[in-house]
Design a protein around this ligand. Structure first.
Ligand SMILES: Cc1cc2nc3c(=O)[nH]c(=O)nc-3n(C[C@H](O)[C@H](O)[C@H](O)COP(=O)(O)OP(=O)(O)OC[C@H]3O[C@@H](n4cnc5c(N)ncnc54)[C@H](O)[C@@H]3O)c2cc1C
Ligand code: FES
Length: 495
């Protein structure tokens, strides 16, 4: 089965065209995922003229690959960030879920939004220590949590569990379709298929350049998932991880509608999505690894499927499987606010697996900053912050670029291009250089430099998504060398 998410069939803004001339506005938003589209919504509601521009289709980035648990407390464990400034903020950022709830109500968006419980449960062959620690940490920040024993999964009657009331979930692209429609009704212009190549400032005006026109604005918000305006300051504090999801059919009411996580490493997550004719979908995900460090999606899906079939009774046909990338930050809070080194450019990036709520936090915070208001979350999310308490994570995550550059002296994966099968990609050495080689189904070779166009890390082949992944800061390139995920903006050098 090839990669396709459960949400992918929804076209969020079919009427959007591509940029064909220079444009002026108050605020330009680069990137149309949950962070960008939510920002456009908040800013236009404050009376600003807004343009939103995307490299691909509207909301076709990581938001179209999410699993859409709206539960910021349960994803990264609160006990892991205990004692840091961010701890209380995770509680406050629940306000992002409230904001989604209000918007879908006010704009009458039919997106399957519902409040439900989140459950964190003891993993197989594990003690209940994590559950104990987590309960203490969550109680310490004053968030509601309940301790119980037993889960509605096979063999889990004695597992220790935490229940978090009033979490939420929705269909992410149906929600963004409604938000985009509301934006358009408030005068926002959407441009798709318009890659931004450069963002600069000149005399207080921000210039967003594409090959087909320049957008001039008083402010820009860079919501490209991984920032394309900043080159180093933020990227050294984040690390990309790939995560995998499968959807299965299940009879309605066979499983209580809730959000589930276990405490295994890597962990598993589960949720339900309403389907047609009294059939729902169960989404099962996890098996995360650092981007580029494994190319074994089949094995990971096999393990996910076995885990799901063991625990969930009545699991039917598999309908979808896909993967995507999350950006973990070294102190678990996103980077939102004024771009270091810029005056009128703002960023929203770094999601730590809670990118949906972070995207909405970004929209609220960046809008306040653009309007010249102060905000209590400003320092906590400041992109230029140096999280001293997270120094260990900083060192751990920055081993990746060092390892990546060392790969340039290693041999290639194949001796000769003749060994490259149709549909296969591999790294081949040619003299001193490494080549990212792909042979398409018609037999034609596509040869590009294996050096990422962002800051030069060594690329890795991803056979499931048929693309080149960069392990350093999350760029991805298609088989022709075109960037398909930020922060890279330039194509790979042709060889
Ligand atoms: C499998 C999976 C499961 C997840 N589960 C959850 C979950 O349960 N809960 C949760 O909260 N989060 C979850 N996340 C994370 C969350 O989905 C993402 O963090 C979030 O959707 C990112 O939104 P975004 O707007 O920042 O980025 P995106 O949705 O990626 O949007 C960025 C946009 O910028 C555009 N862009 C990039 N470069 C350029 C350029 N040069 N020019 C113009 N446009 C550009 C892209 O095309 C893209 O459309 C999950 C992620 C994955 C992959
Ligand atoms: S993403 Fe930064 S070097 Fe590749």
């Amino acid at each position: 089965m090839t990669s396709k998410s459960l949400w992918a069939d929804v076209d969020v803004m079919p009427a959007a065209g591509s940029l064909a001339e220079d444009v002026e506005c108050d605020v330009v938003v680069v990137g149309s995922g949950i962070a960008g589209t939510s920002t456009a919504y908040e800013v236009c509601k404050r009376g600003k003229s807004v343009v939103i521009i995307d490299r691909g289709r509207i909301a076709g980035g990581m938001t179209s690959r999410t699993s859409a648990h709206l539960a910021p407390l349960c994803d990264d464990l609160v006990s892991e960030i205990k004692g840091s400034d961010a701890t209380k903020l995770f509680c406050d950022s629940q306000a992002a879920i409230d904001r989604i709830e209000v918007i879908q109500e006010q704009e009458e968006i039919d997106c399957d939004f519902r409040r439900l419980d989140g459950y964190l449960f003891q993993g197989r062959d594990m003690t209940s220590d994590i559950i104990d620690q987590e309960m203490d940490a969550v109680r310490e920040i004053g968030a509601p949590v309940h301790r119980l024993v037993g889960m509605p999964f096979n063999g889990c009657a004695n597992r220790h569990v935490l229940r978090y009331p009033r979490q939420a979930t929705f269909h992410p692209l149906k929600y963004l379709s409604g938000v985009a429609r509301a934006c358009r009704n408030n005068g926002v212009t959407f441009f798709r298929d318009s890659p931004v190549e450069e963002i600069s400032e000149d005399n207080g005006i921000v210039l967003v350049r594409t090959t087909r026109g320049v957008i001039r604005a008083k402010h820009a918000v860079v919501a490209t998932n991984s920032s394309i305006s900043d080159r180093f300051a933020i990227h050294t504090k984040t690390a990309p991880y790939r995560t995998y999801v499968m959807a299965f059919e299940i009879k309605r009411n066979a499983l209580p509608d809730a959000l589930y996580w276990d405490t295994e490493e890597p962990y598993h997550y589960v949720r339900l999505q309403p389907g047609p004719d009294r059939i729902d979908y169960v989404l099962v995900g996890g098996e995360d690894h650092k981007s580029g460090e494994a190319d074994d999606a089949d094995e990971r899906f096999k393990r996910l499927k076995a885990w799901a079939r063991e625990l969930i009774s009545g699991l039917g046909r598999e309908t979808h499987r896909w993967s995507g990338q999350v950006l973990d930050t070294i102190d678990y809070a996103g980077f939102i606010g004024q771009d270091p080194g810029c005056k009128n450019v703002y960023v929203a990036m770094g999601d730590s697996g809670q990118g949906l709520t972070h995207g909405v936090v970004g929209a609220i915070l960046n809008t306040a900053l653009i309007m010249g208001e102060d905000h209590p979350w400003k320092e906590l999310y400041a992109p230029g912050r140096i999280p001293l308490k997270a120094a260990k994570n900083f060192v751990m995550e920055n081993v990746t670029p060092v390892k990546s550059f060392a790969e340039y002296v290693a041999p290639g994966e194949l001796h000769s291009l003749d060994d490259l099968r149709r549909g296969q990609g591999a790294i081949v050495r040619r003299g001193l250089e490494k080549i990212a080689a792909y042979r398409d189904e018609a037999g034609a070779l596509h040869l590009n430099s294996a050096s990422c166009s962002h800051v030069g890390c060594h690329l890795h082949w991803n056979s499931f998504e048929t693309c080149w992944d960069c392990p350093c800061h999350g760029s991805m390139f298609d088989v022709k060398g075109q960037p398909i995920n930020a922060p890279a903006v330039a194509p790979l050098d042709k060889r």
